[in-house]
Design a protein around this ligand. Structure first.
Ligand SMILES: C[S@@+](CC[C@H](N)C(=O)[O-])C[C@H]1O[C@@H](n2cnc3c(N)ncnc32)[C@H](O)[C@@H]1O
Length: 317
């Protein structure tokens, strides 16, 4: 066993890591850490102080990943099975190794993403399912409502053909980092001005925290066959979102199944109380026009990355 010159946390004869000295072992970061500990001991509370360069934050996906070729092949086989079975629920068939090719393409795409801070948007897992789904359904028209930095646009841009029309809507483009040269951008709600969906194989990504019911009605009206609804939180977990898309599809199914039969529901999110008036929409029958509805699978056990959100893939009649 070797002497631990970098004060590693554990010793093991079976594994070793941390080839470099911890960033907290010297310099200004070390000084900050000591200062924080000092104040914690003296004052009894922690001061959280972080100095990060603008745009320096990177999701852990960009600094923790597998590099062993055999494990990657095994992992891709597992992801292939999971995604293939997920798409099969929508009657979308895939050849044996077709999804593996998409996974390999996505892998390169993901690590070259111009957006490395994936907080508040799609992450590795959702992006992978979005990529494979688009590769399979080959849409000719895509609408994306809720663009933010443009990570999901980046995936849509690369997963679709060059002549696929992309329409991106957001009420605030201040955070935009990736701009697709295939896309047209609109700084308003899609209901104000929308593309002509006629004769198109259309797909929509609804990630704008706006009522899923309203977005579903829009989809049904314009015959958008394929839809992904992000933040599809139900009655037990919607408090986790500061601005849930009430009523979400999950909630509408829970109402239909009479899991929730009340007229009003209150909850607390980040110390603020909210209230839902369920009677406003509980008799709506729009979800009956959904042909297939399934939540994205949780890929954590395969990718090692937590899902960023709850997305559902929906095919309308
Ligand atoms: C969660 S972010 C989108 C993240 C993005 N889809 C991704 O995964 O990279 C939500 C975005 O929806 C936008 N938004 C809010 N209301 C909207 C509306 N009515 N129409 C379109 N976008 C809206 C917000 O400005 C915000 O940029």
């Amino acid at each position: 066993m070797q002497f631990d010159k970098y004060k590693k946390k554990t010793f093991s004869k079976d594994w070793n890591n941390f080839e470099k000295q911890s960033k907290y072992s010297s310099g200004f970061a070390y000084f900050l850490k000591k200062t924080k500990n000092f104040f914690y001991k003296i004052l009894g509370f922690k001061i959280s102080l972080k100095i990060i360069k603008y745009n320096e934050f990177k999701n852990e996906e960009f600094n923790s990943y597998q590099i062993d070729k055999d494990i990657i092949i095994y992992r891709n086989r597992l992801a292939n099975e999971t995604i293939k079975n997920f798409l099969l629920k929508f009657n979308i068939n895939s050849k044996k190794t077709e999804i593996i090719n998409f996974i390999n393409q996505y892998q390169k795409l993901f690590y070259n993403s111009p957006i490395k801070d994936l907080r508040s948007g799609y992450g590795y897992n959702e992006g992978l399912i979005l990529y494979c789904t688009l590769k399979k359904i080959k849409p000719t028209l895509v609408v994306e409502s809720g663009v933010m930095k443009g990570f999901s646009t980046y995936i849509i841009h690369h997963a679709t053909s060059n002549d696929c029309k992309i329409f991106c809507y957001d009420i605030n483009f201040d955070n935009l980092i990736f701009k697709s040269n295939k896309a047209q951008y609109f700084n308003h709600d899609i209901t104000l001005n929308h593309p002509n969906f006629k004769n198109h194989n259309s797909f929509a990504l609804w990630d704008d925290h706006t009522s899923h019911l309203n977005r579903l009605k829009f989809s049904l009206k314009h015959k958008i066959k394929y839809n992904i609804f992000d933040d599809d939180l139900g009655f037990t977990n919607f408090h986790s979102d500061g601005w849930p898309p009430i009523p979400s599809l999950a909630m509408l199914y829970e109402i239909r199944d009479k899991v929730i039969t009340k007229d009003e529901v209150e909850w607390i999110c980040r110390n603020k109380k909210g209230k839902i008036w369920l009677s406003n929409f509980s008799s709506d029958k729009s979800i009956n026009n959904i042909k297939y509805y399934h939540n994205f699978p949780n890929l954590f056990s395969i990718s090692g990355y937590k899902n960023n959100s709850c997305s559902s893939f929906v095919m309308t009649n």
